[in-house]
Design a protein around this ligand. Structure first.
Ligand code: ADP
Ligand code: MG
Length: 367
């Protein structure tokens, strides 16, 4: 049965729905304006997910907590000036940004930490692969793509979208000298990137709606493996007769030697160096990280009445094999899957009770 509404009722419902939408939009913004996590709180929350990388997590947590506290307080001030108009406040302010550069081998947690931090802060997060961008693409169409990605990640809230985090992956691949990809110079891409990071405004049109979106308040985190960077820093330190950990001495100079544009490097003043995960850390991820792939399998199997148990020996064997693969924590998921695949196929429906995974079990499954 369909119910037909009077014009008056229709109008009132539309009005209420619009009020509801506005309130939701406002609440999401409010949440960022009131951001008050301290660096130590953010770091300890990250610790539940990200294993190891102590020094790096500390720097990252500090940079992110300060960014959102600064953004929140400057927007609150602007909202006063602009009589509560959030769109005008966003337009009328500029957040001094300390974007972050993360250096570290594949699978050590660069993207994972950034994404987890964005969830803890409660802002949208998107990953953009820099190798996909070209010199022309960057300043044109692709900037809009990034803004659209943020809008989607921000649940369609245009204000929240502009306060999100963009993770720029493969930053080292756009270095000038090493750019063997495509016929475009890494230099051109870096120039375009400079504009994006500083703040690009775009208007999105769809149907009757027009949205003004800008990357002005967006926090950028760039990540890359930067394989030869350690050698560059070490050589410089040796020339200067300086001793100590190269990670503490990474300077703009070294990134320029690597092939990065000085101006661009200057826009990423916070430097975080992540280490290759040790076998012990890989093992710890299996049982200590809240996102552990092993604990996920334990949960999955429990739903079929199967109790997956494991020995220390089994965890060590999985960690050793993952370490050998050289893909960081990424290796863990694949290995676990290969180990459990057969029993996950066979046991549900035909067996309930304990499933013991020990070293022998691992070796039997993987050879
Ligand atoms: N330090 C870590 N602690 C816990 N899990 C990790 C860690 N590093 C990586 N992982 C896991 O491995 C996956 C891949 O890591 P990712 O952050 O994407 O690597 P990358 O450093 O190449 O960006 C993550 O989704 C996460 O599940
Ligand atoms: Mg990554």
């Amino acid at each position: 049965m369909t119910y037909s509404l009077t014009e008056e009722k229709r109008r009132r419902i539309a009005e209420k729905m619009e009020q509801f939408r506005q309130r939701q939009v406002g609440d999401a913004v409010e949440h960022i304006l009131e951001f008050n996590k301290t660096p130590t709180t953010l770091k300890s929350e990250l610790d539940r997910f990200v294993i190891g990388q102590e020094k790096g997590k500390k720097i990252l947590a500090t940079a992110i907590a300060f960014h959102y506290r600064r953004l929140g307080s400057s927007l609150k001030r602007a909202l006063g000036d602009f009589k509560g108009d959030i769109e005008a406040a966003l337009k009328g302010t500029r957040t001094p940004k300390a974007n972050i550069l993360m250096v570290g081998p594949t699978g050590c947690g660069k993207t994972y930490t950034s994404e987890t931090a964005s969830e803890l802060v409660g802002v949208p997060f998107v990953v953009e692969d820099l190798t996909k961008f070209s010199e022309v693409g960057y300043v044109g169409m692709n900037v809009t793509d990034i803004l659209v990605d943020l809008l989607v990640s921000g649940g369609g809230n245009p204000y929240v979208a502009q306060m999100g985090i963009v993770y720029l992956d493969e930053m080292d691949k756009i270095a000038a000298e090493t750019s063997t990809v495509r016929d475009v110079s890494g230099k051109g891409v870096q120039k375009g990137l400079l504009k994006l990071v500083e703040g690009v405004d775009n208007t999105l049109e769809f149907g009757k709606e027009r949205l003004n979106l800008s990357t002005k308040h967006v926090l950028f985190i760039a990540g890359g493996a930067y394989d030869s960077l350690e050698g560059i820093v070490r050589n410089r330190l040796a020339r200067l007769n300086v001793t100590g950990d190269w990670r503490d001495h990474l300077a703009t100079e070294d990134l320029v030697s690597f092939g990065m544009e000085r101006q661009l490097v200057g826009r990423f003043p916070v430097r975080v160096v992540y280490d290759r995960l040790t076998t012990q850390e890989l093992q710890d991820i299996l049982i200590k990280s809240a996102d552990s792939p092993l604990l996920a399998y334990v949960q999955d199997l429990k739903a079929w009445g199967i109790e997956l148990r494991y020995t220390e020996d089994a965890l060590a064997e999985i960690a050793r094999r993952a370490k050998k693969e050289g893909t960081g924590a990424r290796g863990l998921t694949g290995i676990l899957h290969r180990v459990l695949l057969e029993d996950m196929f066979r046991l549900p429906g035909s067996y309930t009770g304990e499933l013991m995974m020990d070293g022998a079990y691992i070796r039997e499954k993987l050879g």
